[in-house]
Design a binder for this molecule. Structure first.
Ligand SMILES: Cc1ncc(COP(=O)(O)O)c(C=O)c1O
Length: 437
């Protein structure tokens, strides 16, 4: 498979687009960042004419696949009416009504254009409502790239971050002021004892705990049995808000996200990537008494493009599709995912290559580790997976597009087919053979 035109574009792009790409993660691709020109269903096509079965799905949003008919039609219809009002409109109301029905914790919602933005809004609301300054977050969890929360996301060396039961916050990038560390407490995930100890000592100054309910930024790491319930109980006991960052898990393991899947309702939540079916729209919201601080303008929330009609129309169409037939699409996506994971596991075992697979519903994490040892937190997920880049390249050359970095997250969509899975398993088997050599 050739990547000549992508290579040319990469060279050209570096003269005008910093690093030749639009976001950092897109630069981690061997042999070159690949430039795409078309997507359809489960497939995408690059500028060299190569076809790929896509398991990256734009890092999660394309839950209905590329260019899903109902979403495209809804946006086309909206284009004929208006592109932007900067004023209220009925589609946003219909979307809000639908989300309040679907998401267990939503009494009231608002919209933004990115997950990072929504995390800012929700933190401000938590602080405004509680009158307390600090936020608790967990090692390895990603809540966007803004200064006050891009902390202890994936610190490279474990030696930098303190003991497991006493981690300290680590800044994520040059340019971040140290002052942001004052209002953040970082803990290890899946450990209720450390949460209880922290809330006991500092609950009076903690506005909220923010967590991914399924840790999805180091692979797919489920909460231990009783962990989310424990967080719910402890936050209530110490009068601290519980925020689920469902930017990834919203609409993913179930229509109502991880909170529906596990039956644990937080105070506030963000539902993001999959909401717009490929268009940039994010919802966040929760308990009425908290969201009333937004409704009554006690806490400011703004944004020129919030709830814009094109994205709202896309989201309404996406959510309507996902909800059809009582969410039957989740059964189908999950069944395909189970087949794919089982096939990969079998292939890896037959080649004697250790591959750990962890999945929930239609997404899973793949890492080159002991298949029998569960990964339960950032520290266990941490470390080199030197085979991953070569594995990914071998898959690209065999028409399968996956996550560029060792996070190794695979997403499935409603557009994937049995044939895609069979073809992918053949490619995986070939790629693993190459690794064995
Ligand atoms: C859990 C979580 N929160 C927040 C974000 C930030 O969202 P965005 O990239 O839309 O700003 C991400 C992005 O991957 C995420 O995974």
């Amino acid at each position: 498979m050739m990547f000549e035109r992508s290579q040319e574009l990469f060279e050209r792009a570096q003269n005008s687009l910093a690093g030749g790409v639009g976001a950092q993660v897109r630069s981690f691709s061997l042999p070159t960042p690949i430039y795409f020109e078309r997507g359809e269903g489960s497939k995408m096509y690059d500028v060299d004419g190569n076809e790929y079965i896509d398991y990256l799905l734009a890092y999660g949003p394309l839950i209905l696949g590329h260019c899903p008919g109902p979403v495209v039609e809804a946006v086309r219809a909206q284009l004929d009416a208006a592109t932007l009002f900067g004023a209220p409109h009925e589609t946003a109301v219909q979307l809000a009504e639908k989300l309040v029905e679907i998401v267990p914790c939503y009494d009231l919602v608002r919209f933004n254009n990115s997950g990072s933005e929504a995390v800012q809004a929700i933190q401000r609301l938590a602080r405004g409502f509680s009158g307390k300054p600090k936020i608790v977050k967990f090692e390895g969890h990603y809540h966007g790239w803004y200064d006050n929360i891009y902390i202890s996301h994936l610190p490279e060396a474990l030696s930098m971050i303190g003991l497991e039961n006493a981690p300290w916050p680590v800044l994520g990038t040059a340019g971040q002021p140290e002052s942001v560390l004052q209002d953040i407490i970082v803990l290890g995930w899946n450990d209720l004892e450390i949460v209880e100890k922290t809330l006991k000592a500092h609950g009076h100054e903690i506005a909220a705990i923010i967590t991914e309910p399924i840790m999805s930024n180091c692979g797919v790491i489920p909460p231990n049995d009783g962990y989310l319930e424990g967080l719910r109980r402890l936050t209530q006991e110490y009068d601290v808000l519980l925020i689920f960052d469902e930017v990834i898990t919203g609409f993913r393991p179930a229509l109502g996200g991880a909170q529906e899947y596990y039956g644990v309702t937080p105070d506030l939540a963000i539902f993001a990537k999959a909401l717009g079916g490929g268009f940039p729209i994010i919802s966040w919201g929760g308990r009425r008494d908290i969201m009333d601080f937004i409704a009554q303008r006690k806490v400011v929330h703004a944004g020129t493009f919030n709830a814009n009609p094109l994205c709202a129309a896309a989201a309404l169409a996406t959510v309507t599709e996902l909800a059809k037939d009582n969410g039957a699409v989740y059964e189908r996506m999950t069944s395909l995912t189970t087949t794919l994971m089982a096939g990969i596991a079998q292939s890896a075992a037959s080649h004697g290559i250790p591959v750990r697979l962890q999945g929930i519903g239609p997404f899973f994490g793949l890492s080159f580790r002991d298949p029998e040892v569960a990964i339960t937190n950032f520290r266990e997920a941490h470390g080199e997976s030197p085979d991953y880049p070569q594995f990914r390249l071998a898959l690209l050359e065999r028409g399968v597009h996956i996550f560029p970095t060792e996070k190794g997250l695979w997403y499935l969509s409603a557009a994937h087919t049995e044939q895609d899975i069979a073809q992918t398993l053949e490619s995986v088997d070939d790629a693993l053979k190459i690794l064995r050599r």
